[in-house]
Design a protein around this ligand. Structure first.
Ligand code: SF4
Ligand code: SF4
Length: 262
């Protein structure tokens, strides 16, 4: 998800879609481009993508990170990002691509789910909340854009079962936005605090251990109802993790977490 300032709107390619605007698109195995878009990608994964994919594959977060991703720190960023590692074959295909299509389709990442639409958050100083914006941006080789089916953003999200992804990615975008400035000082993003924050975002299994099996609950006060909620629901635990990162790294107050006195 891109952070976009109003003055940079002109630099975004593609057709901007406002609420109610329609676009044509239909992807199906009968098209000669079928599966072309699932190779040689710079596919950034968001925290919720990892959660859904590791659940889908029945493996731990550690196993998923070891097997499937590369962690990169872009020069302008103060928080690492996670890239899906393409297969080591000539075409650098996505590791989840099969002849029949995507093998993780119900849990495919947010970017694949919204494709050929790209979402962003428009940050206007005068507005209280960022505004979601959308661009229709199929690559030239994508023949689905010439098909007859038409969609709005709303019907497309519904068809792609994208609502929970939109919600989680927007929450994550709020956290990421804070990292436009450097919170780490001399220790850098690879220091102890950086590692903890990365774990809370991208390694839900370790974060669960941290919350329930370390001294976390001796140091932090968390309401019983919230604890119950996060104990058995990984999506809720991830939302809690986002709040904890904001509190732990940036001191952003939250009703969910308080430091215990003494
Ligand atoms: S290139 Fe477009 S139409 Fe072709 S398979 Fe990919 S999304 Fe579908
Ligand atoms: S996850 Fe699925 S849809 Fe996304 S690039 Fe890989 S094969 Fe294609």
């Amino acid at each position: 998800m891109k952070h976009i300032a109003p003055e940079n709107m002109d630099q975004i390619s593609g057709i901007r879609l406002e609420e109610g605007d329609t676009f044509s698109f239909h992807c199906h195995p009968g098209l000669s481009c079928f599966n072309w878009c699932c190779r040689n990608l710079n596919l950034f994964l968001y925290p919720y993508d990892l959660l859904r994919l590791k659940q889908r594959l029945g493996i731990t977060s550690d196993q998923f990170v070891d097997q499937y991703v590369d962690i990169v720190l872009r020069p302008s960023s103060h928080f690492p990002e996670v890239l899906l590692r393409m297969a080591e074959n000539d075409e650098k295909t996505c590791p989840f691509l099969t002849d029949q299509g995507c093998s993780v389709y119900p849990d495919r990442p947010d970017t694949c789910r919204s494709f050929p639409v790209e979402r962003g958050s428009l940050y206007d100083e005068n507005a209280k909340k960022p505004k979601p914006i959308h661009f229709f941006r199929p690559p030239d080789f994508c023949l689905g854009q010439h098909e007859d089916k038409t969609w709005t953003i709303e019907t497309w999200d519904e068809d792609q079962d994208a609502r929970s992804y939109c919600q989680m990615t927007s929450r994550w975008a709020e956290v990421r936005r804070l990292f436009q400035t450097d919170p780490w000082g001399k220790e850098g993003p690879d220091g102890p605090r950086g590692k903890m924050a990365f774990m809370a975002a991208y390694n839900i299994d370790r974060f669960r251990e941290f919350v329930f099996e370390s001294s976390f609950l001796k140091r932090y006060k968390v309401k019983a109802a919230r604890l119950k909620k996060i104990k058995n629901d990984e999506q809720e635990l991830m939302k809690f993790g986002f709040e904890w990162i904001k509190f732990f790294v940036w001191g952003v107050k939250t009703k969910a977490i308080r430091l215990k006195k003494g």
